[in-house]
Design a protein around this ligand. Structure first.
Ligand SMILES: [Zn+2]
Length: 481
């Protein structure tokens, strides 16, 4: 975990960073291409670099179920947006700060703090829709382009130091201090105008996607009220200022839509419960008490979610039998639910019931071999049950179609270590490092894999990988200069 001030600094760098890469392409101004002009290809490059650096520096949650949920929610919203030029990528980070942010290359970061603070799915979706609008409207790009008029050198300097800041925070921070001061001044002015536009477009996306139009006004209103007198408001309010007029406008806009009473989706509720118990500072026993009291006093929106919370809490509290029983009951009602199947795998493996859960997972895997939750749970269960060869076969197949899946590579490292397959263990470590932009270390690991490889085919593959890493290392360095 990063410390807080570093996260705040990184956040600021990211903002600058996305400005740079968002420039050009759809800028409405004519004949005023400044030094900040970057093609969409260049933006994709920065997006690639950003993901590598984020994998290395941010506490990203690599949880297949939560990723599945957050991407379904995000892609559903994107499906109702105009001017989408790049594929979007949504990811969750474990951070209590109530925040979300959009970066270059369609990357949207969502904090667990935001997830937990939002009261319902429409509120959560409203913030994400707002961030999507910042990207489709290329707000930060336009702002930076504006700055490139006054100081053509600033952009190149910023681009380099921002990437440097991500790789090596201390060095990047020093490089940034001067250019940062230059940028800060004009930032707020642009931001206010852009905030209104992101609200206006965001609410349209929100409503078209089927959510409550008041989601945005309710969320921001609650946030503004809470931090009215706070000396240290959340980052979100400093990057998204909330004057009274902006709130009033959000309410007015919402009133122009038909009011819909939208129930929270079950997956939203289950995700929130999962974050509460697994990615939050709560002890197992406190969580058990919390959900027991919810159930006793009927203080829940959906009973299944409260029961799921109780099962997760019992598991955390090492009461595996109770966790297992509740999960089995939940599954009886909803046999295909990913959340329940995932927890049943955990409880079954702890209680030495691998055979039964493997049988269940195999059935789902046959139907959905591309589903990360079924596949990775199955691989894990097979490994626990010492069915190494089958685990290996399924994991390799999955990695072939999901080469960027960090958790899959971590499972591979563990599996090959258990199997004492040194070549593949090193090769998996290399892949894992490469996904964090650590190409030199990746080359070294792949070199070790090469030493242990006992067939020509693997040797050729590993050698080719080393060449790729060298090229990617240069490519990344090129973006940092
Ligand atoms: Zn905003």
């Amino acid at each position: 975990m990063l410390n807080k001030s570093l996260i705040i600094s990184l956040y600021f760098f990211f903002l600058l960073f996305s400005n740079i890469a968002n420039s050009t392409n759809t800028l409405p101004d004519i004949g005023t291409v400044g030094a900040g002009a970057l093609t969409i290809e260049k933006e994709k490059e920065y997006g690639w670099a950003f993901r590598l650096m984020a994998n290395q520096a941010l506490p990203i949650i690599h949880d297949p179920i939560l990723n599945h949920y957050i991407n379904e929610l995000g892609q559903n919203l994107v499906g109702h947006a105009d001017s989408v030029k790049l594929p979007f990528n949504f990811f969750l980070i474990e951070d209590k700060e109530i925040n979300a942010a959009a970066f270059l290359g369609g990357n949207v970061k969502i904090h667990t703090g935001l997830f937990l603070y939002a009261k319902n799915e429409s509120e959560l979706a409203s913030v994400i829709a707002h961030e999507i609008a910042h990207i489709t409207q290329r707000h930060l790009a336009r702002m930076l382009e504006q700055q490139s008029y006054s100081n053509p050198a600033t952009l190149a300097a910023l681009a380099g130091s921002v990437l440097l800041a991500l790789v090596s925070p201390a060095a990047g921070m020093a490089a940034l201090t001067t250019s940062m001061a230059l940028t800060m001044q004009s930032q707020i002015n642009y931001t206010r105008l852009h905030e209104y536009e992101a609200d206006r477009i965001g609410i349209k996306i929100l409503v078209d996607a089927g959510y409550d139009p008041y989601g945005m006004a309710n969320f921001f209103g609650k946030l503004a009220e809470k931090y009215k007198y706070a000396s240290l408001p959340p980052q979100m309010l400093s990057t998204h200022p909330l004057p009274v007029t902006r709130l009033a406008e959000a309410r007015l806009r919402a009133s122009q839509f038909d009011i819909k009473r939208i129930k929270n989706s079950l997956d939203y509720q289950l995700s929130k419960v999962r974050i509460t118990v697994r990615y939050n500072e709560i002890s197992g026993s406190a969580a058990v008490n919390y959900y027991q009291s919810q159930l006793k006093n009927h203080k829940y929106q959906l009973k299944e979610a409260a029961l799921y919370g109780l099962a997760l809490a019992h598991f955390k509290n090492e009461n595996y039998i109770k966790a297992h029983q509740i999960t089995l009951d939940l599954l009886k009602r909803q046999p295909n639910n990913l959340f329940f199947i995932d927890l049943l795998t955990d409880t079954s493996l702890t209680l030495n019931k691998a055979d039964a859960v493997i049988q269940l997972l195999q059935q789902h895997y046959k139907k959905y071999p591309e589903n990360a939750v079924f596949t990775l749970n199955l691989v894990n269960a097979l490994q626990e049950n010492k069915q190494y060869k089958e685990a290996e076969k399924k994991l390799e197949l999955f990695i072939r179609s999901h080469p960027q899946h960090i958790l899959a590579h971590l499972l591979a490292i563990d599996l090959y270590k258990t199997m004492k397959n040194r070549a593949k263990e090193h090769a998996s470590k290399a892949q894992y490092l490469a996904l964090q932009g650590r190409f030199r270390e990746a080359s070294q690991e792949m070199g070790s894999a090469l030493v242990y490889a006992d067939n020509k085919l693997d040797q050729a593959r590993y050698s080719a990988k080393i060449e790729f890493y060298k090229k990617d290392d240069l490519r990344l360095k090129g973006l940092q200069e």
